[in-house]
Design a protein around this ligand. Sequence first.
Ligand code: SAM
Length: 213
Amino acid sequence: MQDNEVMINYLLEHGYADAKVASALRKVPRELFVLNAKEAYVDIPLSIGHGQTISAPSMVATMSRVLDVKDGMKILEVGTGSGWQAAILAELVGKKGGVYTIERLGELVEFARRNIEKLRFKNVRIINADGSEGLVKEAPFDRIIVTAAAPEIPEPLVRQLADNGKLLVPVGSKYWQTLILVEKINGKVERRDLMEVLFVPLIGKHAYGEGLE
Ligand code: SAM
């Protein structure tokens, strides 16, 4: 794929993106979030250094679509990485909404900050912490997205989900996981297995231990 528009058409044709996600992708080109801009428009995860990756466009589009983000929402992302997913969410929630994104590696916090500044988003906060604990002081969140694989659904995130909120999290082993959608409907928590996925591990208190890096 030679450019952003070709990639977006591919994501639309294959049903990964809907019109709303496609329009956010138009404003947040992946080439601003990768180490080598020439590689940006390939549908694979790419290294962003420190053993971490920016996810594949089809995965980012799918998760953005399934989250069903509405204008003005408050969102928590766990696993900032390059900042691409956070920037797409910031575009989807608009100026009245907000995105809090947590990254455990200081170097990637700085990388994501520089990337997001290129697009002048004012509604994204990047926090250097263990995201498996969530962000109690800003809870509840309308949407929570975890972009690293947890051994089980981190309980603090379920607690910090607003009523009628949605939480997306890959859960499983180091080698394959199931993407799970958790919905809180009138206080009742329901979970649905969506698809098999492969993410780098979530390392933290309510996640894998350091040894899995
Ligand atoms: N969403 C990212 C993007 O748009 O580029 C991709 C995320 S990458 C697949 C997963 C990220 O989760 C890595 O940057 C990793 O350092 C981070 N991570 C792992 N465990 C974490 C934790 N407990 N809290 C916050 N971030 C964590």
